[in-house]
Design a protein around this ligand. Structure first.
Ligand code: GLU
Length: 503
Protein backbone atom coordinates (compact mmCIF):
# COMPACT_ATOMS: atom_id res chain seq x y z
CA UNK A 1 0.00 0.00 0.00
CA UNK A 2 1.36 3.40 -0.87
CA UNK A 3 0.59 6.34 1.35
CA UNK A 4 0.20 9.86 0.03
CA UNK A 5 3.20 12.09 0.62
CA UNK A 6 2.67 14.65 3.34
CA UNK A 7 0.73 17.53 1.93
CA UNK A 8 2.70 20.76 1.70
CA UNK A 9 0.73 23.88 0.85
CA UNK A 10 1.56 27.54 0.87
CA UNK A 11 0.06 30.98 0.94
CA UNK A 12 2.16 33.41 -1.06
CA UNK A 13 0.91 36.97 -0.69
CA UNK A 14 2.48 39.94 -2.43
CA UNK A 15 2.97 42.64 0.23
CA UNK A 16 1.56 45.42 -1.90
CA UNK A 17 -1.49 46.39 0.15
CA UNK A 18 -3.98 45.09 2.65
CA UNK A 19 -5.02 41.48 2.93
CA UNK A 20 -8.19 41.26 0.81
CA UNK A 21 -10.84 38.88 2.15
CA UNK A 22 -10.58 36.90 -1.09
CA UNK A 23 -6.89 36.28 -0.42
CA UNK A 24 -7.64 35.60 3.23
CA UNK A 25 -10.03 32.89 2.07
CA UNK A 26 -7.27 31.42 -0.12
CA UNK A 27 -4.97 31.41 2.91
CA UNK A 28 -7.71 29.81 4.99
CA UNK A 29 -8.42 27.04 2.45
CA UNK A 30 -4.70 26.19 2.37
CA UNK A 31 -4.54 26.22 6.14
CA UNK A 32 -7.68 24.07 6.53
CA UNK A 33 -6.25 21.56 4.12
CA UNK A 34 -2.88 21.40 5.89
CA UNK A 35 -4.39 21.19 9.36
CA UNK A 36 -7.00 18.65 8.34
CA UNK A 37 -4.43 16.34 6.75
CA UNK A 38 -1.50 16.66 9.12
CA UNK A 39 0.33 18.54 6.38
CA UNK A 40 2.56 21.60 6.38
CA UNK A 41 1.44 25.16 5.79
CA UNK A 42 4.06 27.59 4.51
CA UNK A 43 3.95 31.37 4.35
CA UNK A 44 6.04 32.82 1.55
CA UNK A 45 6.28 36.51 0.77
CA UNK A 46 6.31 37.34 -2.94
CA UNK A 47 7.95 40.74 -2.86
CA UNK A 48 9.65 40.82 -6.23
CA UNK A 49 7.68 43.88 -7.28
CA UNK A 50 10.10 46.26 -5.60
CA UNK A 51 8.11 49.36 -6.51
CA UNK A 52 4.92 48.21 -4.82
CA UNK A 53 6.09 45.91 -2.00
CA UNK A 54 6.44 47.44 1.46
CA UNK A 55 7.53 46.08 4.84
CA UNK A 56 4.42 47.71 6.38
CA UNK A 57 2.16 45.71 4.12
CA UNK A 58 4.08 42.52 4.94
CA UNK A 59 3.69 43.20 8.66
CA UNK A 60 0.00 43.99 8.28
CA UNK A 61 -0.68 40.82 6.29
CA UNK A 62 1.07 38.71 8.91
CA UNK A 63 -0.89 40.40 11.68
CA UNK A 64 -4.19 39.83 9.85
CA UNK A 65 -3.43 36.16 9.24
CA UNK A 66 -2.57 35.65 12.90
CA UNK A 67 -5.67 37.55 13.95
CA UNK A 68 -7.77 35.18 11.84
CA UNK A 69 -6.27 32.29 13.77
CA UNK A 70 -3.98 31.00 11.02
CA UNK A 71 -0.50 29.85 11.91
CA UNK A 72 2.23 28.43 9.70
CA UNK A 73 4.87 25.79 10.11
CA UNK A 74 7.48 27.35 7.85
CA UNK A 75 7.77 30.91 6.74
CA UNK A 76 9.52 34.21 6.93
CA UNK A 77 9.50 34.63 10.71
CA UNK A 78 9.44 30.94 11.44
CA UNK A 79 12.28 29.54 9.40
CA UNK A 80 12.29 26.03 7.98
CA UNK A 81 14.39 23.82 5.75
CA UNK A 82 13.41 25.50 2.49
CA UNK A 83 14.17 29.14 3.28
CA UNK A 84 14.66 31.95 2.81
CA UNK A 85 10.90 32.46 2.53
CA UNK A 86 10.99 35.99 1.18
CA UNK A 87 11.53 36.13 -2.58
CA UNK A 88 13.75 39.21 -2.40
CA UNK A 89 16.22 37.05 -0.45
CA UNK A 90 16.24 34.28 -3.03
CA UNK A 91 17.69 36.15 -6.03
CA UNK A 92 20.76 33.91 -6.19
CA UNK A 93 18.52 30.86 -6.51
CA UNK A 94 16.53 32.37 -9.39
CA UNK A 95 19.73 33.44 -11.15
CA UNK A 96 21.34 29.99 -10.86
CA UNK A 97 18.27 28.28 -12.29
CA UNK A 98 17.99 30.78 -15.13
CA UNK A 99 21.62 30.10 -16.02
CA UNK A 100 20.80 26.41 -16.11
CA UNK A 101 17.99 27.01 -18.60
CA UNK A 102 20.23 29.28 -20.67
CA UNK A 103 22.89 26.59 -20.84
CA UNK A 104 20.31 24.16 -22.24
CA UNK A 105 18.91 26.75 -24.66
CA UNK A 106 15.57 26.52 -22.90
CA UNK A 107 15.96 30.21 -22.18
CA UNK A 108 17.58 33.05 -24.07
CA UNK A 109 18.60 36.67 -23.59
CA UNK A 110 16.32 39.25 -25.08
CA UNK A 111 17.53 42.75 -25.87
CA UNK A 112 14.30 44.22 -27.17
CA UNK A 113 13.74 47.73 -25.88
CA UNK A 114 10.50 48.58 -24.10
CA UNK A 115 9.48 50.89 -27.00
CA UNK A 116 9.92 48.04 -29.49
CA UNK A 117 7.81 45.72 -27.35
CA UNK A 118 5.15 48.39 -27.07
CA UNK A 119 5.07 48.77 -30.87
CA UNK A 120 4.78 44.99 -31.31
CA UNK A 121 1.90 44.98 -28.89
CA UNK A 122 0.15 47.76 -30.70
CA UNK A 123 0.63 46.06 -34.08
CA UNK A 124 -0.81 42.78 -32.75
CA UNK A 125 -3.81 44.52 -31.26
CA UNK A 126 -4.44 46.36 -34.54
CA UNK A 127 -4.55 43.04 -36.35
CA UNK A 128 -6.94 41.67 -33.76
CA UNK A 129 -4.27 39.27 -32.44
CA UNK A 130 -3.61 38.64 -28.75
CA UNK A 131 -0.33 40.41 -27.98
CA UNK A 132 2.58 38.10 -27.26
CA UNK A 133 6.34 38.40 -27.60
CA UNK A 134 7.21 38.15 -31.32
CA UNK A 135 10.38 36.13 -30.72
CA UNK A 136 12.80 38.66 -32.24
CA UNK A 137 15.72 37.59 -30.01
CA UNK A 138 14.99 33.86 -30.07
CA UNK A 139 17.53 33.16 -32.79
CA UNK A 140 20.47 35.24 -31.56
CA UNK A 141 23.35 32.78 -31.11
CA UNK A 142 24.12 32.22 -27.42
CA UNK A 143 27.79 33.32 -27.73
CA UNK A 144 26.76 36.60 -29.34
CA UNK A 145 24.04 37.20 -26.78
CA UNK A 146 26.44 36.51 -23.92
CA UNK A 147 29.00 38.92 -25.39
CA UNK A 148 26.38 41.66 -25.74
CA UNK A 149 25.25 41.15 -22.16
CA UNK A 150 28.84 41.20 -20.93
CA UNK A 151 29.38 44.51 -22.74
CA UNK A 152 26.61 45.86 -20.55
CA UNK A 153 23.68 45.85 -22.95
CA UNK A 154 20.51 45.47 -20.85
CA UNK A 155 18.86 42.10 -21.36
CA UNK A 156 16.02 40.11 -19.89
CA UNK A 157 16.06 36.33 -19.83
CA UNK A 158 13.10 34.73 -21.55
CA UNK A 159 11.82 31.19 -21.44
CA UNK A 160 11.70 29.45 -24.81
CA UNK A 161 8.13 28.15 -24.90
CA UNK A 162 7.92 24.91 -26.88
CA UNK A 163 5.85 25.31 -30.05
CA UNK A 164 2.63 23.51 -30.98
CA UNK A 165 1.99 21.97 -27.65
CA UNK A 166 -1.22 21.49 -25.73
CA UNK A 167 -0.81 22.08 -22.04
CA UNK A 168 -3.42 20.15 -20.11
CA UNK A 169 -3.92 19.83 -16.40
CA UNK A 170 -6.57 18.50 -14.14
CA UNK A 171 -7.58 21.28 -11.81
CA UNK A 172 -8.92 19.90 -8.53
CA UNK A 173 -11.74 22.44 -8.54
CA UNK A 174 -12.32 23.18 -12.22
CA UNK A 175 -11.61 19.83 -13.84
CA UNK A 176 -9.63 19.52 -17.08
CA UNK A 177 -8.09 22.78 -18.29
CA UNK A 178 -6.41 22.96 -21.69
CA UNK A 179 -4.29 25.67 -23.31
CA UNK A 180 -2.33 25.70 -26.55
CA UNK A 181 1.30 26.75 -26.10
CA UNK A 182 0.96 28.82 -29.28
CA UNK A 183 -0.95 31.53 -27.47
CA UNK A 184 1.81 31.85 -24.90
CA UNK A 185 4.56 34.32 -25.72
CA UNK A 186 7.98 33.52 -24.32
CA UNK A 187 7.67 34.86 -20.77
CA UNK A 188 10.34 36.88 -19.03
CA UNK A 189 12.07 34.90 -16.29
CA UNK A 190 14.53 37.52 -15.06
CA UNK A 191 14.13 41.21 -15.72
CA UNK A 192 17.14 43.28 -16.79
CA UNK A 193 17.70 44.34 -13.17
CA UNK A 194 17.96 40.66 -12.22
CA UNK A 195 14.64 40.45 -10.36
CA UNK A 196 12.49 37.45 -11.23
CA UNK A 197 9.04 37.60 -12.79
CA UNK A 198 6.15 36.07 -10.85
CA UNK A 199 5.58 33.09 -13.17
CA UNK A 200 9.19 32.09 -12.84
CA UNK A 201 9.88 32.68 -9.15
CA UNK A 202 6.66 30.90 -8.18
CA UNK A 203 7.74 27.72 -9.98
CA UNK A 204 11.25 27.72 -8.55
CA UNK A 205 9.89 28.29 -5.06
CA UNK A 206 7.00 25.85 -5.21
CA UNK A 207 9.32 23.16 -6.58
CA UNK A 208 12.20 23.74 -4.16
CA UNK A 209 9.81 24.08 -1.22
CA UNK A 210 8.24 20.74 -2.09
CA UNK A 211 4.74 22.16 -2.51
CA UNK A 212 2.32 19.34 -3.31
CA UNK A 213 -0.86 21.39 -3.81
CA UNK A 214 -1.18 24.93 -5.11
CA UNK A 215 -4.49 26.42 -4.02
CA UNK A 216 -5.02 29.95 -5.26
CA UNK A 217 -7.50 32.30 -6.87
CA UNK A 218 -8.79 31.57 -10.37
CA UNK A 219 -7.23 34.81 -11.59
CA UNK A 220 -4.05 32.72 -11.79
CA UNK A 221 -5.45 29.99 -14.00
CA UNK A 222 -4.02 31.48 -17.21
CA UNK A 223 -0.58 31.58 -15.57
CA UNK A 224 -0.65 27.88 -14.88
CA UNK A 225 0.33 26.63 -18.41
CA UNK A 226 3.47 28.80 -18.37
CA UNK A 227 4.30 27.42 -14.98
CA UNK A 228 3.70 23.83 -16.08
CA UNK A 229 6.03 24.28 -19.06
CA UNK A 230 8.69 25.51 -16.67
CA UNK A 231 8.28 22.45 -14.45
CA UNK A 232 8.73 20.36 -17.56
CA UNK A 233 11.84 22.28 -18.62
CA UNK A 234 13.46 21.56 -15.26
CA UNK A 235 12.23 17.97 -15.20
CA UNK A 236 10.34 18.55 -11.98
CA UNK A 237 6.97 16.91 -11.26
CA UNK A 238 4.36 19.66 -10.96
CA UNK A 239 2.14 20.06 -7.90
CA UNK A 240 -1.62 19.56 -8.07
CA UNK A 241 -3.50 22.78 -8.79
CA UNK A 242 -6.80 24.01 -7.40
CA UNK A 243 -8.09 27.37 -8.59
CA UNK A 244 -10.85 28.65 -6.38
CA UNK A 245 -13.38 31.12 -7.67
CA UNK A 246 -13.03 34.76 -6.76
CA UNK A 247 -15.03 36.47 -4.04
CA UNK A 248 -17.65 38.70 -5.66
CA UNK A 249 -19.76 41.61 -4.51
CA UNK A 250 -23.57 41.54 -4.62
CA UNK A 251 -23.51 42.82 -8.23
CA UNK A 252 -21.32 39.83 -9.18
CA UNK A 253 -18.29 42.04 -9.88
CA UNK A 254 -15.07 41.15 -8.04
CA UNK A 255 -15.46 42.39 -4.44
CA UNK A 256 -13.88 45.81 -4.41
CA UNK A 257 -13.91 49.14 -2.61
CA UNK A 258 -17.13 50.22 -4.25
CA UNK A 259 -18.90 47.39 -2.37
CA UNK A 260 -17.60 48.65 0.99
CA UNK A 261 -15.11 46.84 3.21
CA UNK A 262 -12.76 44.47 1.39
CA UNK A 263 -9.80 43.95 3.66
CA UNK A 264 -9.49 41.82 6.76
CA UNK A 265 -8.28 44.93 8.60
CA UNK A 266 -11.51 46.78 7.78
CA UNK A 267 -13.72 43.92 8.96
CA UNK A 268 -11.66 43.71 12.12
CA UNK A 269 -12.02 47.46 12.72
CA UNK A 270 -15.79 47.18 12.35
CA UNK A 271 -15.89 44.67 15.14
CA UNK A 272 -16.28 41.30 13.52
CA UNK A 273 -14.72 38.58 15.64
CA UNK A 274 -11.90 36.64 13.98
CA UNK A 275 -13.62 33.29 14.47
CA UNK A 276 -16.73 34.72 12.78
CA UNK A 277 -14.85 36.05 9.75
CA UNK A 278 -12.85 32.80 9.42
CA UNK A 279 -15.99 30.67 9.71
CA UNK A 280 -17.82 32.86 7.20
CA UNK A 281 -14.94 32.84 4.69
CA UNK A 282 -14.75 29.04 4.89
CA UNK A 283 -18.42 28.92 3.83
CA UNK A 284 -17.76 30.99 0.70
CA UNK A 285 -17.61 28.28 -1.91
CA UNK A 286 -17.52 25.34 0.46
CA UNK A 287 -20.01 23.76 2.82
CA UNK A 288 -19.35 21.48 5.78
CA UNK A 289 -22.84 20.03 5.36
CA UNK A 290 -26.41 21.25 5.37
CA UNK A 291 -27.52 23.04 8.52
CA UNK A 292 -24.13 22.68 10.12
CA UNK A 293 -22.36 25.83 9.17
CA UNK A 294 -21.30 27.39 12.45
CA UNK A 295 -18.30 25.37 13.50
CA UNK A 296 -15.00 26.09 15.22
CA UNK A 297 -12.05 26.36 12.91
CA UNK A 298 -10.53 23.05 14.05
CA UNK A 299 -13.75 21.26 13.12
CA UNK A 300 -13.83 23.06 9.76
CA UNK A 301 -10.30 21.75 9.16
CA UNK A 302 -11.38 18.22 10.05
CA UNK A 303 -14.19 18.32 7.49
CA UNK A 304 -12.57 20.36 4.71
CA UNK A 305 -12.11 18.59 1.34
CA UNK A 306 -10.87 20.30 -1.80
CA UNK A 307 -13.22 18.11 -3.87
CA UNK A 308 -16.15 19.78 -2.13
CA UNK A 309 -15.11 23.30 -3.10
CA UNK A 310 -17.61 24.58 -5.63
CA UNK A 311 -16.73 26.10 -8.98
CA UNK A 312 -19.26 28.87 -8.80
CA UNK A 313 -18.17 32.24 -7.52
CA UNK A 314 -18.69 33.11 -3.87
CA UNK A 315 -20.86 36.18 -3.44
CA UNK A 316 -19.93 38.04 -0.30
CA UNK A 317 -23.07 38.36 1.81
CA UNK A 318 -22.70 40.90 4.61
CA UNK A 319 -26.04 39.84 6.13
CA UNK A 320 -24.82 36.30 6.50
CA UNK A 321 -21.52 37.47 7.93
CA UNK A 322 -23.50 39.51 10.48
CA UNK A 323 -25.50 36.40 11.37
CA UNK A 324 -22.30 34.42 11.91
CA UNK A 325 -20.82 37.26 13.95
CA UNK A 326 -23.90 37.49 16.18
CA UNK A 327 -23.52 33.80 16.90
CA UNK A 328 -19.92 34.24 18.02
CA UNK A 329 -20.62 37.47 19.93
CA UNK A 330 -23.14 35.53 22.03
CA UNK A 331 -20.56 32.83 22.73
CA UNK A 332 -17.68 35.20 23.54
CA UNK A 333 -16.46 35.42 27.13
CA UNK A 334 -17.55 38.69 28.83
CA UNK A 335 -14.02 39.76 29.78
CA UNK A 336 -12.87 39.29 26.18
CA UNK A 337 -15.79 41.37 24.95
CA UNK A 338 -14.95 44.04 27.51
CA UNK A 339 -11.36 44.27 26.29
CA UNK A 340 -12.50 44.40 22.67
CA UNK A 341 -15.13 47.03 23.46
CA UNK A 342 -12.57 49.44 24.94
CA UNK A 343 -11.42 50.61 21.50
CA UNK A 344 -14.94 51.56 20.44
CA UNK A 345 -15.72 53.21 23.78
CA UNK A 346 -12.47 55.15 23.56
CA UNK A 347 -13.51 56.28 20.14
CA UNK A 348 -16.72 57.63 21.64
CA UNK A 349 -14.50 59.35 24.28
CA UNK A 350 -16.29 57.56 27.13
CA UNK A 351 -13.32 55.52 28.21
CA UNK A 352 -9.60 56.31 28.44
CA UNK A 353 -7.42 53.64 30.07
CA UNK A 354 -9.86 51.52 32.06
CA UNK A 355 -8.75 50.20 35.46
CA UNK A 356 -9.25 46.53 36.38
CA UNK A 357 -12.44 47.50 38.22
CA UNK A 358 -13.65 49.35 35.13
CA UNK A 359 -12.89 46.32 32.94
CA UNK A 360 -14.81 44.07 35.33
CA UNK A 361 -17.70 46.52 35.11
CA UNK A 362 -17.50 46.59 31.30
CA UNK A 363 -17.54 42.79 31.23
CA UNK A 364 -20.94 42.92 32.96
CA UNK A 365 -22.46 45.54 30.69
CA UNK A 366 -20.90 44.77 27.32
CA UNK A 367 -21.92 41.11 27.19
CA UNK A 368 -25.71 41.75 27.26
CA UNK A 369 -25.33 44.66 24.83
CA UNK A 370 -23.17 42.57 22.48
CA UNK A 371 -26.00 40.05 22.27
CA UNK A 372 -28.07 42.56 20.36
CA UNK A 373 -25.61 43.97 17.81
CA UNK A 374 -24.17 42.67 14.53
CA UNK A 375 -20.73 44.14 15.16
CA UNK A 376 -18.78 45.63 18.02
CA UNK A 377 -18.66 49.07 16.41
CA UNK A 378 -22.42 49.25 17.05
CA UNK A 379 -21.85 48.90 20.80
CA UNK A 380 -21.61 52.61 21.62
CA UNK A 381 -25.10 53.02 20.16
CA UNK A 382 -26.36 50.46 22.69
CA UNK A 383 -24.48 52.04 25.58
CA UNK A 384 -25.48 55.69 25.22
CA UNK A 385 -27.81 55.29 28.15
CA UNK A 386 -24.86 54.53 30.41
CA UNK A 387 -22.21 56.98 29.32
CA UNK A 388 -24.14 59.80 27.76
CA UNK A 389 -27.21 60.29 29.91
CA UNK A 390 -28.74 63.77 30.00
CA UNK A 391 -32.26 64.38 31.31
CA UNK A 392 -32.74 67.72 29.48
CA UNK A 393 -31.55 66.18 26.21
CA UNK A 394 -33.86 63.19 26.65
CA UNK A 395 -36.81 65.52 27.27
CA UNK A 396 -35.96 67.61 24.22
CA UNK A 397 -37.36 64.67 22.25
CA UNK A 398 -41.08 65.39 21.84
CA UNK A 399 -42.13 61.75 22.06
CA UNK A 400 -40.17 61.23 25.29
CA UNK A 401 -41.51 64.46 26.77
CA UNK A 402 -45.09 63.56 25.84
CA UNK A 403 -44.84 60.17 27.49
CA UNK A 404 -43.07 61.60 30.54
CA UNK A 405 -45.69 64.35 30.96
CA UNK A 406 -48.41 61.76 31.24
CA UNK A 407 -46.42 59.76 33.78
CA UNK A 408 -45.46 62.59 36.15
CA UNK A 409 -46.79 60.75 39.19
CA UNK A 410 -44.72 57.62 38.54
CA UNK A 411 -41.59 59.67 37.80
CA UNK A 412 -41.95 61.72 40.93
CA UNK A 413 -42.55 58.61 43.05
CA UNK A 414 -39.52 56.97 41.43
CA UNK A 415 -37.29 59.88 42.42
CA UNK A 416 -38.60 59.70 46.00
CA UNK A 417 -38.23 55.95 46.17
CA UNK A 418 -34.66 55.97 44.84
CA UNK A 419 -33.61 58.75 47.21
CA UNK A 420 -33.93 56.27 50.04
CA UNK A 421 -33.27 52.93 48.26
CA UNK A 422 -29.99 51.05 48.41
CA UNK A 423 -28.22 51.01 45.00
CA UNK A 424 -30.00 48.65 42.59
CA UNK A 425 -26.89 46.66 41.78
CA UNK A 426 -28.62 43.47 40.79
CA UNK A 427 -31.80 42.21 39.23
CA UNK A 428 -33.37 41.31 42.60
CA UNK A 429 -32.85 44.72 44.20
CA UNK A 430 -34.18 46.36 41.05
CA UNK A 431 -37.27 44.15 41.02
CA UNK A 432 -37.88 44.80 44.74
CA UNK A 433 -37.78 48.54 44.04
CA UNK A 434 -40.26 48.10 41.16
CA UNK A 435 -42.57 46.18 43.54
CA UNK A 436 -42.45 49.04 46.08
CA UNK A 437 -43.16 51.57 43.35
CA UNK A 438 -46.15 49.53 42.23
CA UNK A 439 -47.53 49.69 45.78
CA UNK A 440 -46.88 53.39 45.97
CA UNK A 441 -48.40 54.37 42.61
CA UNK A 442 -50.96 51.66 41.95
CA UNK A 443 -49.48 51.30 38.42
CA UNK A 444 -48.15 48.11 36.89
CA UNK A 445 -46.84 46.73 33.61
CA UNK A 446 -45.94 49.17 30.87
CA UNK A 447 -47.40 52.31 32.52
CA UNK A 448 -45.03 51.63 35.42
CA UNK A 449 -41.96 50.31 33.60
CA UNK A 450 -41.87 52.68 30.66
CA UNK A 451 -41.53 55.86 32.73
CA UNK A 452 -38.79 54.13 34.74
CA UNK A 453 -36.99 53.44 31.46
CA UNK A 454 -37.38 57.02 30.26
CA UNK A 455 -36.18 58.53 33.51
CA UNK A 456 -33.22 56.21 34.11
CA UNK A 457 -31.94 55.63 30.58
CA UNK A 458 -33.24 58.73 28.79
CA UNK A 459 -34.32 56.47 25.91
CA UNK A 460 -37.69 54.99 24.92
CA UNK A 461 -36.16 51.57 24.22
CA UNK A 462 -33.00 49.61 24.81
CA UNK A 463 -31.57 46.83 26.92
CA UNK A 464 -33.78 44.95 29.36
CA UNK A 465 -34.24 47.17 32.43
CA UNK A 466 -33.21 44.20 34.58
CA UNK A 467 -29.75 44.47 33.01
CA UNK A 468 -29.62 48.21 32.27
CA UNK A 469 -30.40 49.49 35.79
CA UNK A 470 -27.85 47.33 37.64
CA UNK A 471 -25.31 48.39 34.96
CA UNK A 472 -26.05 52.05 35.74
CA UNK A 473 -25.68 51.46 39.46
CA UNK A 474 -22.44 49.49 39.19
CA UNK A 475 -21.00 52.13 36.88
CA UNK A 476 -21.94 54.86 39.34
CA UNK A 477 -19.89 53.12 42.02
CA UNK A 478 -16.65 53.33 40.03
CA UNK A 479 -14.09 55.76 41.35
CA UNK A 480 -12.80 58.84 39.55
CA UNK A 481 -9.60 56.92 38.68
CA UNK A 482 -11.45 54.14 36.80
CA UNK A 483 -10.62 55.57 33.39
CA UNK A 484 -14.30 55.80 32.52
CA UNK A 485 -16.55 58.81 32.13
CA UNK A 486 -18.55 59.33 35.35
CA UNK A 487 -21.86 57.47 35.28
CA UNK A 488 -24.66 59.11 37.31
CA UNK A 489 -26.55 56.75 39.63
CA UNK A 490 -30.21 55.81 39.23
CA UNK A 491 -31.14 58.16 42.10
CA UNK A 492 -29.29 61.08 40.48
CA UNK A 493 -30.94 60.35 37.15
CA UNK A 494 -34.44 60.15 38.58
CA UNK A 495 -33.93 63.43 40.46
CA UNK A 496 -32.52 65.17 37.37
CA UNK A 497 -35.31 63.85 35.18
CA UNK A 498 -37.98 64.99 37.61
CA UNK A 499 -36.40 68.44 37.83
CA UNK A 500 -36.10 68.76 34.05
CA UNK A 501 -39.72 67.71 33.68
CA UNK A 502 -40.78 70.19 36.33
CA UNK A 503 -42.68 67.43 38.13
N1 GLU B 1 1.80 36.42 -5.07
C1 GLU B 1 0.71 35.87 -5.82
C2 GLU B 1 -0.56 36.61 -5.44
O1 GLU B 1 -0.60 37.22 -4.40
C3 GLU B 1 0.59 34.40 -5.49
C4 GLU B 1 -0.10 33.61 -6.51
C5 GLU B 1 0.07 32.14 -6.29
O2 GLU B 1 -0.45 31.66 -5.26
O3 GLU B 1 0.70 31.49 -7.08
O4 GLU B 1 -1.50 36.62 -6.20
Amino acid sequence: MTSDPIMRVRFAPSPTGHLHVGNARTALFNWLLARGSGGTFILRIEDTDVERSTPESERAIIEDLRWLGLDWDEGIDKGGDCGPYRQSERQHIYRAHAVELLSRAQAYRCFCLPEQLEMDRYAALRQGQPPKYVGRCRAIPEAEARARAERGEPAVIRFRVPENRDVVFNDLVRGEVRFSSDVIGDPVLLRSDGTPAYNYAVVIDDALMGITHVIRGEDHISNTPRQLLLYEAFGWPPPAFAHVSLVLGPDHGVLSKRHGATSVAEFRARGYLPEALANYLALLGWSPGEGDELLPIAELARRFRLEDVGRSAGVFDVEKLAWVNRHYLKLAAPDRLARLAVLYLQHAAWVSEPSDAALAFLARVVAPAAGSVDRLDQLPGRLHFLFDYSAPRALANDAVRGEAESARAVISALADELASSPPLVDRETFRAMVARLRERTGQKGKPLLHPIRLALTGEPEGLELDAAVPAIELGAQLGADAGIRRIPSAAERAAAFRAALGA
